[in-house]
Design a protein around this ligand. Structure first.
Ligand SMILES: CC(C)(COP(=O)(O)OP(=O)(O)OC[C@H]1O[C@@H](n2cnc3c(N)ncnc32)[C@H](O)[C@@H]1OP(=O)(O)O)[C@@H](O)C(=O)NCCC(=O)NCCS
Length: 181
């Protein structure tokens, strides 16, 4: 099996192109990642360009999973929280190329995001995932706790409403001191 490397992404035309391909493919395959199908290249490019610009300002970390020169997965750690939540971060835009799913790459990216959060002194992670076709089993297996479900929260990429599940997880000292309840 080939080696997968995970590292923070910096803006370059090649990286933006690969992120766009991945996002368009994920949306076309029904992934609930904020966009509708068909997703055109331009809005995808705008999204990733702005996301990587925010990363360059330290407001987020966009992690990439690489197989050689090919970007095969990504997850974003959002650090730009309000002043009264300096200990918190959000997880967003977890996606893996269709060709590389089912090999534990999303799990590895989530673990890397958690490590990255700790280096930024974050001790509480929050995320949400679609009820239909989301990744709740993955998040629960990583120790995330379900807060609840908001019904009819968003449209699925091909239409029709789905609820969203809100999850949280304490990490680092916060988890050891406060427990995960
Ligand atoms: C969800 C997604 C990121 C999973 O990527 P992946 O690399 O195939 O996941 P992994 O191989 O790391 O799987 C980790 C575990 O989660 C489970 N899992 C993965 N995707 C799942 C899904 N869609 N539904 C239920 N369980 C899933 C796997 O069975 C695996 O369990 P195991 O470790 O006990 O065998 C990928 O399917 C994807 O990109 N989907 C489209 C975008 C999306 O929906 N992202 C989540 C937004 S919140």
């Amino acid at each position: 099996m080939s080696v997968i490397e995970i590292m923070p992404l910096r803006a370059s035309p090649a990286v933006v192109d690969m992120l766009c391909e991945m996002l368009i493919e994920a949306v076309a395959a029904g992934g609930s990642v904020s966009f509708m199908h068909p997703l055109a290249t331009e809005p995808a490019r705008t999204f990733w360009s702005e996301s990587l610009a925010a990363a360059a300002q330290g407001k987020r970390v966009v992690l990439g999973a690489w197989e050689g020169e090919t970007l095969i997965g990504s997850v974003t750690l959002l650090l730009d929280c309000p002043p009264n939540q300096p200990h918190r971060a959000d997880i967003a835009k977890l996606m893996i190329r269709l060709s590389h799913r089912g090999r534990g790459i999303a799990r590895a990216l989530m673990i890397a995001a958690e490590t990255e959060a700790l280096t930024h002194r974050r001790t509480l992670l929050v995320l949400d995932t679609a009820v239909d076709g989301g990744a709740s089993a993955l998040y629960e297996s990583l120790g995330f706790h379900l807060t609840g479900v908001i019904p009819d929260y968003a449209l699925k990429p091909h239409g029709g409403l789905t609820g969203t599940k809100i999850y949280w997880k304490r990490i680092g000292d916060n988890a050891r001191i406060a427990g995960n309840a």
